[in-house]
Design a protein around this ligand. Structure first.
Ligand code: SF4
Ligand code: FES
Length: 219
């Protein structure tokens, strides 16, 4: 989104409802929605409207602007596309104006969080979401991951077959083996190994806590 397009879209008379109407479908395509706490949303948007009046753009109220339009474009709200990995891990944008669509109550996710680094656990499923022998595609930021359940345990490995890049999550489970849907290469979901030379795929640590499944990823 260029600065010019923001200025055209938001006039002096822009209201919080205008921002919501613009933002909601935009972030929905990215897997987010406005926080369920309407009072909190209105407070954040009131700040954004003040910034709009001051600068002509809807910059994030919880980020520091540099004054360089090219650098600051990454904090024009909604900024989700610029920070996919961090927000997927947090399950919200920095201040919690937007939450992942599977979060039922966003009030616990309010408040500014500084940029995260290091390993984080990302919730990807409820334990009962998959039965043994089922696989699901999970996207965390730019990572394409196949989440599989075998013998009551969850495993996560790259979704991309090393032969011709087929999506492994569309393949078939045979015990702990995941068969590629295109030409049948087999990967062991426990360690990503295959009997083709130099073709193992990476795996991700998985934990199950309180009936929820988490993947550990590095930010
Ligand atoms: S962190 Fe949230 S409030 Fe701030 S710009 Fe990004 S989406 Fe908007
Ligand atoms: S693309 Fe996976 S076996 Fe060919």
């Amino acid at each position: 989104m260029s600065d010019a397009s923001v200025r055209r879209r938001f006039s002096d008379g822009t209201t919080a409802d205008d921002l919501k109407a613009y933002m909601a479908p935009f972030v929905e395509r990215l897997g987010y929605r406005l926080n369920t706490d309407e009072g909190f949303v209105d407070a954040v948007l009131a700040s954004e409207l003040e910034i709009l009046a001051e600068t002509g753009d809807v910059y994030c109220p919880c980020r520091i602007r540099t004054g360089d339009a090219k650098a600051d474009v990454a904090i024009i709200c909604p900024c989700i596309a610029f920070h996919m990995d961090e927000f997927a891990a947090l399950r919200k944008c920095w201040c919690g104006l937007f939450i992942r669509t599977d979060v039922e109550d966003g009030s616990s996710l309010e408040g500014v969080i500084e940029t995260t680094s290091g390993p984080v656990d990302v919730r990807v499923a409820a334990y009962d979401d998959l039965a043994d022998g089922q696989v699901r595609h999970v996207k965390i930021g730019k990572r394409d991951i196949a989440l599989a359940r075998a013998a009551g345990e969850y495993f996560a490995l790259s979704n991309v077959c090393r032969h011709a890049f087929a999506p492994l999550a569309e393949g078939f489970m045979d015990g702990s083996q995941l068969m590629c849907p295109w030409h049948g290469w087999r990967y062991d979901v426990r360690d990503g190994s295959t009997d083709h030379p130099d073709a193992d795929v990476r795996t991700y640590p998985v934990t199950v806590r309180d009936g929820e499944v988490f993947l550990r990823v590095e930010l």
